[in-house]
Design a protein around this ligand. Structure first.
Ligand code: ZN
Ligand code: ZN
Length: 352
């Protein structure tokens, strides 16, 4: 908050045609603060909304930290600031502590520095292994080695050192800058899989914005998709943070369980609509709308009906399981998310 007199002066200067940078310089406040007054997000003299700035994001934060345990405080702060959170980083960490949320993974080891080796193209392996969408580096390299009856080290020894580091890492999409040009083509030469296909399937190779972690959820690949690849053990993947369904089968990809959705096609349709909404509004904004909506939709009559239908079609499925409940509420959740996304003021406004 800036003194009321300064805020009024900022608005007057803007009225005379001064831009944000000029006003910020002249009054000695930062541009972000000046914008808050010029956009009308806060009236002159009105205190900063400290107490309740966390509340609209509480459900979002719970979901994101549960879905991606490598999303640390700083990354989370970047995400919610872009969605309109007004608090500082230290205010957020205070809130996280207060709510008992520990964002950081406890099993991660510090990164070893990687020295790029002189490039040498490895020989093609006898067995071709296609990557599964979203697969982690360690999973893909381990499957590739096993298919050719080789130890993992036989593969990492002939690849650039980046791969050995990633294969050993708990979180293979951190610090994306370490990937050297040409590294992916070495993997392509070894596996016989096209570079574009590798980059498309393996998030660690995709290359990310430098300013943050991509919004992903760590989960297990659709079991039936993995089985098509001859893979019967769970395959760890990073999926876009909003993606809850496999459209091909169709299946609900919950936190703990996967549910066959054939009996309740409305849930699969909602998944398709969610993909469209994510393209239109951005992944994190959609997740914010969903987590806000779910507080209303979790106990509706449609939700109870669908939970019963799912349990009937999936023997042994607990209709009260949190994943079942979330799947059953999903068509209503997405319907309400659409309303929230299209109603001005229904969700916190972004910073601009
Ligand atoms: Zn970790
Ligand atoms: Zn599938």
């Amino acid at each position: 908050m800036i003194p009321e007199h300064d805020a009024r002066q900022a608005i007057a200067l803007a009225g005379q045609g001064a831009n944000v940078s000029e006003i910020a310089r002249r009054l000695g406040h930062d541009r972000k603060t000046i914008r808050i007054y010029l956009n009308g997000h806060r009236a002159p003299g009105q205190p900063r909304p400290h107490a309740d700035s966390y509340a609209p994001f509480a459900a979002y934060i719970l979901q994101r930290t549960a879905d991606d345990r490598h999303l640390r405080g700083a990354g989370l702060h970047l995400e919610i600031t872009a969605l309109g959170y007004a608090g500082s980083y230290s205010a957020l960490t205070r809130e996280l502590r207060g709510h008992g949320i520990t964002a950081a993974c406890r099993t991660c080891k510090p990164w070893q520095p990687v020295t790029p080796a002189p490039g040498q193209r490895p020989a093609l392996l006898p067995v071709r292994v296609a990557p599964i969408t979203g697969e982690t580096t360690s999973s893909y390299l381990a499957r590739t080695a096993a298919a050719s009856h080789l130890p993992l080290s036989a593969i990492t020894d002939v690849l650039p050192p980046w791969f050995a580091v990633r294969a050993a890492a708990c979180d293979d999409i951190a610090k994306p800058g370490l990937l050297q040009p040409g590294d992916t083509s070495c993997l392509a030469a070894l596996t016989g899989i096209a570079e574009t296909a590798l980059r498309h399937a393996l998030p660690a190779l995709a290359g990310h914005r430098d300013d943050g972690r991509p919004p992903v959820r760590a989960t297990i690949a659709c079991r039936r998709c993995a089985a098509r690849h001859g893979q019967h053990d769970p395959v760890p993947v990073h999926l876009p943070a909003h993606q809850r369904t496999c459209q091909r089968h169709p299946a609900w990809l919950g936190r703990a369980i996967q549910i066959n959705l054939a009996a309740v096609p409305g849930i699969t349709r909602a998944g398709k609509q969610a993909s469209r909404l994510a393209r239109q509004h951005g992944i994190t904004r959609l997740v914010l709308a969903e987590t806000t909506a779910r507080q209303e939709t979790a106990s509706g009559p449609g939700t109870r009906q669908r939970a019963a239908e799912l349990a009937l079609a999936n023997p042994g499925l607990d209709p009260e399981h949190p994943d079942t409940a979330e799947a059953a509420a999903y068509p209503d959740t997405i319907k309400m998310a659409v309303a929230l996304l299209s109603t001005p003021g229904a969700l916190p406004a972004g910073p601009e």
